[in-house]
Write a protein that binds this ligand. Structure first.
Ligand SMILES: Cc1cc2nc3c(=O)[nH]c(=O)nc-3n(C[C@H](O)[C@H](O)[C@H](O)COP(=O)(O)O)c2cc1C
Ligand code: SF4
Ligand code: FES
Length: 539
């Protein structure tokens, strides 16, 4: 089928990929798609030119985005009215229309697109396109040439670490689940992604759902698991629709269900929706949610690998982690282990947002520095403002100043600096941002999202918020800074789950790197930026 589809595709001289992911749709991409289809038809080019609805290539702020192949010509801000002109110039005359060409090629300069290999180039609703691009070949390789242990060993050899934030060795987790006693075994794909401003997993699902599904089927083969759940939030309607269709298509081709591709492998995959709480992405909270209870964490051990869904061994894996699996199986663990840095191989997808010239979704090799990401890929801070800090790791990440931009992106370096990898959020702040206010913003988020089960997080975060409010209302005293640090460390130490264990990070890092700004609020009763409630004149 792959060969047949490739031959079909070869017949087209041009391929017009219209991004129809969430952001471009909100900017009118569906009308742009229709206009291209109409223009190609009216100009009699249907035999030469394929118009495809694709996922997001990452340049969302430039949407609606259209990618014309061959040659990877990116068009930005395309309107329905300009579609015909682009076809006439690019396809008929062979001259790309400069007026709409994407103006920031450096956005792609240092990226390495493995997980997002198909994003923007393939119709996510057409399984044949995935197959023609090498999709499901890894599954076939597992089923025909590899034993279960071979697959686990390749994943182990690759050194892949979980992309959901904690960075646990994936191969090790697979070994635990494989050896755990009990049946049935379950696989859970974690696509909850509750971090505000983070959209990497959603975009992956909208652009390449089969990469996630194939990763899950391979895991089911390696671990002898017969049932899987993809867990996402109801707030992701396009991702849900895309995944639903992809699951149906995989079933119709015998890639899911009983006797997969005529072998003894049975694997049934179901989509489960959460109501959209940040805590629902925590692994033991997902278990509770799928079991029909409120998504609240429970103490570990026992870990889900030995006692997960309904007490049975369960593999919980972030969907970006899963989308790496087919590549590892096809190319070998050793190939993967050489990408990125030795202790942290591979790539990582990040949502790059905030005060940055080129926001969007990027995929970079591990070990790239923050400076390269912010200034080379992101193009730095716009509007003549100055860079102030970068928040890495979502709402419980750390705010790092310019002096830390040399840091390579890997789990250990970020943790040492007070940040975390999280699920891939990078937010750039400029010199107009008040760091006390920024810390309060994220503490507010964590107070709202705390499930309230354990006291350090439930009570401690409210205490931190009160102190920050006091400082912001010009009522702070110098010892509040020590108090914040002490309570913050205590919450990190004593909380039951990762939310409480990381929530104080924005406060602790802003104290560590921007203490003078706290002092100005406390001693001078002024905000140096004049941006928080206190204002430049104090309150
Ligand atoms: C508050 C909280 C929210 C989390 N949200 C997610 C999430 O949305 N997606 C995710 O993959 N992991 C999330 N995690 C991490 C998971 O608990 C778990 O470590 C991960 O899904 C394991 O997969 P991995 O090994 O592939 O990273 C969250 C953790 C915490 C503490
Ligand atoms: S740390 Fe916070 S979110 Fe986690 S269990 Fe305790 S109260 Fe709930
Ligand atoms: S949604 Fe279209 S480029 Fe990202």
């Amino acid at each position: 089928m792959a060969e047949e589809e490739r031959e079909k595709q070869k017949r087209f001289r041009y391929r017009i990929n219209v991004c129809c992911s969430s952001s471009c749709i909100s900017l009118g991409a569906l009308k742009v798609l229709k206009s291209f289809e109409r223009a190609v038809k009216e100009l009699g080019l249907e035999d030469q030119c394929k118009v495809a609805r694709t996922g997001c290539p990452g340049t969302c702020s430039a949407g609606p985005v259209v990618l014309i192949e061959p040659g990877d010509y990116f068009y930005e801000g395309v309107t329905p009215e300009s579609a015909r002109e682009i076809v006439e110039e690019h396809v008929i005359r062979g001259i790309p229309l400069k007026r709409f060409l994407y103006s920031v090629p450096e956005f792609f300069s240092k990226q390495k697109r493995l997980v997002l290999r198909n994003a923007g180039k393939m119709d996510p609703l057409d399984i044949r396109e995935y197959i023609s691009r090498g999709g499901y070949a890894a599954l076939v390789k597992c089923l025909t040439k590899m034993s279960e242990d071979d697959v686990i060993n390749e994943v182990f050899k690759s050194g892949l670490r979980g992309r959901g934030g904690a960075g646990f060795q994936t191969g090790q987790k697979w070994k635990f689940v494989s050896k755990a006693a009990g049946s049935p075994k379950y696989i859970i794909g974690n696509l909850d992604e509750g971090d505000p401003g983070v959209f990497a997993n959603r975009t992956l699902a909208e652009a390449d759902p089969h990469a996630i599904i194939e990763g899950m089927i391979i895991a089911s083969y390696a671990l002898k698991a017969e049932k899987g759940y993809l867990y996402t939030r109801a707030e992701y309607p396009l991702a849900i629709e895309t995944l639903k269709k992809a699951i149906q298509q995989a079933k119709s081709l015998g890639l899911l269900g009983e006797k997969i591709l005529g072998t003894d492998l049975n694997f049934d995959l179901e989509l489960r929706l959460g109501a959209g709480a940040f805590i629902a992405g925590e692994e033991t909270a997902i278990l509770a949610s799928i079991e029909g209870m409120r998504a609240m964490p429970r103490p570990r051990p026992p870990y889900p690998a030995s006692s997960g869904l309904w007490g049975k061994p369960t593999l919980i894996q972030n969907v970006e982690t899963l989308a790496n699996i087919p590549l590892i199986v096809l190319n070998g663990g050793e190939w993967f282990s050489k990408i990125g840095v030795p202790h942290c191989p591979g790539t990582k997808c990040f949502s790059l947002t905030g005060k940055i010239k080129n926001p969007g979704l990027i995929e970079v090799p591990m070990g790239i520095t923050l400076k390269e990401v912010v200034f080379e890929i992101g193009g730095g801070v716009p509007d003549g403002r100055r860079f102030k800090a970068v928040l890495v790791g979502g709402p419980s990440g750390g705010c790092l100043p310019e002096s830390q931009l040399h840091l390579p992106i890997d789990y250990e370096s970020l943790t040492k600096a007070g940040a975390i990898m999280g699920s891939g959020g990078i937010v750039v702040l400029d010199d107009e941002s008040c760091m006390v206010d920024t810390a309060k913003f994220f503490i507010d988020f964590c107070v709202d999202e705390s499930c309230g089960k354990c006291t350090p997080c439930r009570v401690g975060l409210v205490k931190v918020r009160k102190i920050l409010e006091r400082i912001g209302h010009a009522k702070g005293v110098e010892k509040d800074i020590d108090l914040l640090a002490k309570v913050g460390e205590y919450i990190k130490e004593a909380s039951l789950c990762g939310l409480g264990q990381t929530a104080p990070n924005p406060v602790l890092t802003t104290i560590r790197y921007f203490k003078e700004e706290y002092m100005a609020h406390i001693l001078d009763k002024k905000c140096p930026t004049g941006r928080c409630d206190m204002g430049a004149e104090g309150s």
